[in-house]
Design a protein around this ligand. Sequence first.
Ligand code: ARG
Length: 603
Amino acid sequence: MINKEIKEIINKAVKDLYRDIEIPDFVVEWPQDKDFGDYASNVAMVLAGKLNKDPMEIAEEIKNILRQAQDDKQQIQDNNNVMVSLSNHQDDINKSLFSEMTVEKPGFINFKISDQILRKNLCKILKRKCKFGSSEIGKDKTVVIDYSAPNIAKPMHIGHLRSTIIGQSLYNIYKFLGYKVIGDNHLGDWGTQFGKLIYAYKNWGNKKEINKNPIKEMTKLYIRFHKEAEKDKDLEEAARKETKRLQDKDIENLKIWKFLVKESLKDFKKIYKVLNIKFDYTLGESFYDDMLENVVKEGFDKKIAIKSEGAVIINLDEYNLAPLLIRKSDDAYLYATTDLAAIKYRKEKFKPDKILYVIANEQEFYLQQLFASARLFGLSKNIKIEHIKFGMVLGKTGKKFSTRKGETVELNDLLNKAIKLSQKTVEEKNPKLSKKEKKKIAKIVGLGAIKYNDLSQNRMTDVSFNWDKMLSFEGNSAPYLQYTYARINSLNEKYKKTHKLNRINILNKPDFGLLVDKTEKDIMRQLIKFPEAVENAARENSPHFIALYIYELASLYNNFYNSAPILKSEKNIAKARIYLSKSVAIIIKNGLNLLGIDTLKKM
Ligand code: ARG
């Protein structure tokens, strides 16, 4: 990773220059304005206070010593070169990292990566292909990711969709970085809502209708329960009794519950299949039921839990948080009790280094309480437990996303709509394709559009659903990226055909020295940063770093594509350009795959 290499080099230089100084934390990052260079560091500025010196002066000193070191290295390499000039490992030997270093006010040092390194990177991409950008930084580390987690007997809603898409992408990213990843779907399959559902089922349920369309009917019944409970105060109590009966494993209630779980899962699995979502575990809240008593007991033993008006709470004064309720006065356990049991279970079973909760912003306060309680229980020692929060989904008008009737949006309808709309575009763009092909493309494009719309924005902000923008073949959208990929692929196919090649293979030795145009260099400069984009996404648990990165890459590529002939240029230049294009395709595909989005060879 180039940014890390630069950081190391700077560290060494600073140590050589200002002996005994303790180096404060500094960054090596991508400058906003690429004209300044590929990387910029603020090291001189953070040292200024310590050295009591003008940062511009420090920057010059560091720059000079770095240049000196590089020149020395070049000298040695040149000498070696004479000895091995007949070998064709030129690229390996000429390793100077920078082609240019400049100092910029108020004390930045800017670096431009040398052409040799950029060319070498192209070879690396073409060799490693789908592995390029992957690493071993997560070796021997385990991450548990809690995502999706819809609730039984209710339709999965758009908030769950966000959790599902973001969670799966994080899963892919961590895996790519060598982590052991455990995806757990913490289904809402237990709790007080089941008392209400069971009450409604028993008293008002039309079995025939329910069997025909279980979740829809149950949702209706659930809404009815709340309406009637407003009028009839006894209903809540009756529902509580049903919940208790379920928890006490009453046969009839258990049977109704099992039916609801089975039917809901059927629906959820359909959506997971369409979206290609996978979990290692689907434990769900019910799984922890018989551990809940122990949570409370342990709370008492550890003197964290206290009784309060018949209920049991965890006092969180020391964290400036409201107390967390873990048992109600009627002895019922809660969502929170289950989550505490789940942390304990995950800790013991998976020995994770990290647990990520991909849950909407709305639960932020609750999760703070949960994590603080876990700390008091001693559950989070050596485990990083994090809330990966995200914003709401808004409609085009900026209001919370809902249907005209004000009901929540059915995800299935939403996914189908995306596919249908993209089918229309495919039809327009490519009327000659077979029906089957069109369908396949429409599916990949439509679902890609939904995923990309979510993942290309900072997850903390609300996302809006604007179909035109999402499905557009221009601008920052999945179809644009998929189209760029397909375009490169057809270019490569043509090249292979004319040259009777089976594959665009690096062993055919393209001469990347022929790539000298600015548009080509810009692409090469972007390509070298892919591993960093992946790492940024993991560090911030934000897939949008990858989305932003690929969008920029695709834009640079299209600039090049529109300004330079590829197949029609001189033979060797054409070859170099084809291999450059191939590298871009590899990275677009890698990036999109990390977002859970498929690519198409033809569109
Ligand atoms: N089922 C919950 C909901 O729909 C989300 C669960 C998230 N995971 C957790 N461990 N609490 O709001």
